[in-house]
Design a protein around this ligand. Structure first.
Ligand SMILES: C[S@@+](CC[C@H](N)C(=O)[O-])C[C@H]1O[C@@H](n2cnc3c(N)ncnc32)[C@H](O)[C@@H]1O
Length: 454
């Protein structure tokens, strides 16, 4: 077994859980190299197209259609396509819960423990700009990383909060028809990927997390609308954090039922509770994970939330209207809100008393009103398609100006590229990276400094 110090107590529990023969296979899996995965952003590109344009050597993840393995020596985070939000780096087993939660455009989705956004990015992609995704994490610093990932991904119909589930419940009631609870857990399934997990495991083991999980799922069930689906997932093996939590939900809520998850090659059924799904590193090409899907059969129908889209048209400042006229996709003016000079495009729905929550973002940040002008945001650039903006320039990935632009430098155009005046969307192979301001053959860099290429 590789040099990972794991307590005898944990190993003995795993032996009990798996039986002697399987336990040997599990222990052997520590000698294998960890696996590296990435998931393609279907909001921006199809997996088939991505495979054609990327220089990374990829192998498909058998059970996730937009998931791939890449090789350990590659550096996919140092790639302009990463900066264009074309993919997210994610361990393959961790792709499964969002993949198996059947989110469709128009759904009202809550990702309750969402940071740094591995699963929220996929849920947002499935919504295709319709409905709403509320992504929450109790940790403010982690919620900031979550926001960056969602903005890089190009999702416009988001709200990002940093709240206790109890408070979200009082604002939203039973509003959501899809909920993901990717619960904080003891992380037993990640020991091979991240040896530091062993240290934190020794501080807080399964019983500590089971108590937190019980509280979180209780609130999550209350936020689920009748007919709604809730996915519960962890990256740990202990029964008390997995099947026991699901059993508790079923015992305490007559209106909840387990929806059987389909098994795929290498996946295992729940332990003592059939219909759940377990992933073990000795059985699949991925780390350890657990998930269970639940449905709310009945319950109180939630009150209708405000629908900004149906409110009255509103007059916008001239500078803003002028800029927005460069965007060809339709924006509904009643959903545009200006708060402290920041301009937001709000999602379709919103809770009446939503203002009382700790929001990091309500909708897509379009930009900022400055003295007699409007400055578009990085998030807006990432949410657009190249053909949706009036003035654009696309460089080939190999063009050295791509990295220069990402580093915040001024970029110059060649004679054949012509001249650009005013706001221009800079793209790599047709995928937006950010804005620049053209003055003839010079493009003044407006890439967000906090996101620059290091
Ligand atoms: C397993 S991680 C989530 C990973 C994330 N879903 C992803 O795919 O990137 C669990 C998260 O739960 C958050 N958390 C812990 N206690 C929480 C609580 N009571 N309510 C909401 N989030 C909580 C942690 O800050 C942590 O970011």
């Amino acid at each position: 077994m590789k040099e990972i110090k794991i307590s005898e107590e944990f190993l003995s529990r795993m032996r009990d859980l798996l039986g002697e023969e399987e336990f040997e296979a599990y222990v052997k899996s520590f000698d294998e190299e960890r696996l590296y995965g990435l998931r393609v952003n279907t909001l921006k590109i199809s997996p088939e197209e991505f495979v054609k344009i990327t220089s990374l050597k990829l192998h498909p993840v058998a059970w996730v259609n937009n998931g791939f393995y890449y090789e350990g020596e590659e550096r996919p985070a140092k790639d302009p396509y990463y900066y264009a939000g074309l993919y997210y780096l994610q361990e393959p087993s961790a792709m499964t819960p969002a993949h198996m939660l059947p989110v469709v455009p128009g759904d009202k989705v809550l990702d309750l423990c969402a940071a740094p956004g591995g699963k929220s990015t996929e849920l947002g992609a499935k919504l295709k700009g319709k409905g709403i995704l509320v992504s929450n994490d109790i940790s403010n610093s982690r919620a900031r990383a979550l926001l960056k990932n969602l903005e890089l991904w190009g999702i416009e119909n988001i709200c990002v909060t940093s709240e206790e589930p109890r408070k979200l419940k009082s604002a939203f009631g039973s509003f959501f028809n899809k909920i993901l609870v990717d619960a904080p857990c003891s992380g037993e399934g990640m020991f091979r990927k991240d040896a530091d997990m062993v240290k934190s495991y020794e501080e807080h083991g399964p019983e500590y997390y089971a108590a937190i999980q019980k509280e979180i799922v209780g609130h999550a069930v209350d936020m689920l609308a009748p007919g709604g689906l809730m996915m519960y997932s962890t990256c740990t093996f202990s029964v008390c954090e997995n099947e026991d939590i699901i059993r508790l939900i079923l015992e305490n809520h007559e209106d909840m039922e387990l929806v059987k998850l389909p098994l795929f090659e290498g996946a295992s059924d729940g332990i003592g509770l059939s219909g759940c799904l377990r992933l073990f590193p000795h059985k699949i090409k991925g780390e350890g994970h657990f998930m269970a899907l639940l449905k709310k059969k009945s319950g109180q129908v939630p009150a209708e939330m405000s629908r900004w889209g149906s409110k009255k048209e509103k007059a916008l400042p001239e500078e803003l209207s002028k800029f927005l006229s460069m965007i060809s996709k339709p924006l509904i003016s009643s959903r545009i809100e200006i708060k402290n000079d920041c301009v937001y495009y709000l999602p379709e729905y919103f809770p009446e008393n939503g203002g009382k929550l700790r929001y990091l973002r309500t909708g897509l940040c379009l930009g900022e009103m400055k003295k007699e002008r409007f400055e578009p945001s990085q998030a807006l650039a990432q949410s657009l398609k190249m053909e949706e903006f009036k003035q654009t320039i696309s460089f080939k990935k190999e063009d050295e100006r791509v990295i220069r632009y990402l580093k915040g430098e001024t970029v110059f155009l060649t004679e054949s590229e012509g001249s650009k005046k005013g706001w221009c969307l800079i793209c790599v192979d047709g995928f937006p990276l950010g804005f620049a301001k053209g003055n003839g053959d010079t493009l003044k860099n407006k890439y967000y400094p906090g996101w620059r290429w290091q």
